[in-house]
Ligand binder design. Structure first.
Ligand SMILES: Cc1cc2nc3c(=O)[nH]c(=O)nc-3n(C[C@H](O)[C@H](O)[C@H](O)COP(=O)(O)O)c2cc1C
Length: 333
């Protein structure tokens, strides 16, 4: 029994979303956005048919993270998806049953989002329509706009009004590139360990995944594989990057405070017509790169919690998509 749990820690048996592209409506090589912006590299391109298709990564059957990015970027509404990622057995757990549905803010109306959007507040529309952007124009983001979105971060609620965060705003694209390249050197090590069929490496990743269950889910390794093939481009060509730093020694849960602050920034950016994408990989890499922390003046107890790529999106992703249902437990009078 115990051994079984170890065995299934690495690459557990899972169900993956089903992906479908309507070849009649897909505009093929005129677009390619689903292929170019798929974070995991699940969507491949067939030069033979001039159409996207789905295949696994690094010897795995599938790699999709259910993000619906492909649906959000598709100009011809050709892509559909059903089902979701669910770990069937083993050490990892998926919390839910992968039932996907569109935003349904009105409890008594089970209708498509497009039919109720006009009744929503601007805040709700921004929340439902914001998507991560994974392809940016070169156009620089004015400093005044970056200031404006960080100001929204400053006004986030924090435990005890402690505000345990600080921002590093980078528009020097050479520095952004340096962070990408240096981060990828560390991240590649983990990726190569995990996405490698060598028996010895599998045993190591199995043991690691047993002890680091939060860090070793199979899906985060696929985007790294794609970033490596895309010349270590972790930030998708964004011309600006914000590092959210957290003061580790503050009371309560500064991680949570910093997360709320980051989301204020991301939502405000969307409302102002900017595109964003969180990048957790670079934040992890900062933890292993003392030289880079020094370069940006990051000293203990400050820590990079997350990074946000900011820019003008090359392709519109301003669209509500289905999301996994989450359980709500009511206790009513
Ligand atoms: C803390 C955090 C870290 C993330 N890191 C990455 C990342 O490194 N690369 C990436 O492409 N997306 C990253 N994302 C974006 C998620 O993949 C995305 O939010 C999720 O798939 C839902 O899609 P949506 O943002 O378009 O709604 C991250 C999101 C969060 C909140």
């Amino acid at each position: 029994m115990m051994f079984e749990r170890y065995r299934k820690a690495y690459a557990p048996e899972a169900t993956w979303p089903q992906w479908n592209n309507d070849k009649e409506t897909c505009i093929g090589s005129k677009c390619r956005f689903c292929f170019e912006t798929c974070p995991t590299g699940t969507i491949k391109w067939s030069s033979k048919t001039g159409m996207p298709y789905v295949a696994g990564v690094g010897g795995f059957d599938k790699a999709c993270i259910n993000c619906y990015n492909c649906i959000a970027v598709c100009p011809s509404h050709s892509i559909s998806m059903s089902g979701g990622y669910k770990v069937i057995s083993g050490r990892y757990k998926t919390a839910k049953d992968s039932v996907l549905r569109e935003p349904m803010p009105f409890q008594d109306r089970n209708v498509p989002y497009s039919e109720i959007e006009k009744e929503l507040t601007e805040v709700e529309r921004v929340i439902y329509r914001r998507r991560s952007n994974r392809i940016f124009k070169d156009t620089p983001v004015p400093e005044a706009l970056l200031h404006r979105i960080m100001e929204a971060g400053r006004y986030s609620p924090t435990a005890g009004n402690n505000m345990p965060f600080m921002f590093v705003a980078i528009t020097d694209t050479k520095l952004i590139r340096e962070i990408e390249v240096r981060s990828m050197k560390i991240l590649q090590w983990f990726k190569n360990l995990y996405l490698n069929p060598n028996l010895f490496k599998r045993i190591i990743s199995t043991v690691m995944s047993y002890f680091m269950v939060n860090q070793m889910d199979q899906r985060p390794f696929f985007p790294l594989d794609k970033a490596a093939r895309r010349d270590s481009n972790l930030f998708y060509g964004a011309p600006a990057l914000i590092l959210i730093l957290m003061y580790k020694r503050c009371i309560s849960d500064p991680n949570l405070d910093a997360g709320i602050c980051a989301q204020n920034i991301v939502l405000t950016a969307h409302a102002l017509g900017l595109g964003t994408c969180y990048n957790g990989y670079a934040a992890t890499a900062f933890g292993y790169l003392p030289g880079m922390r020094k370069k940006f003046g990051i000293k203990y107890p400050w820590k990079v919690v997350t990074t946000i790529a900011v820019g003008y999106a090359k392709v519109k992703t301003d669209r509500a998509v289905p999301r996994e249902d989450i359980p709500v437990r009511w206790f009513t009078r």
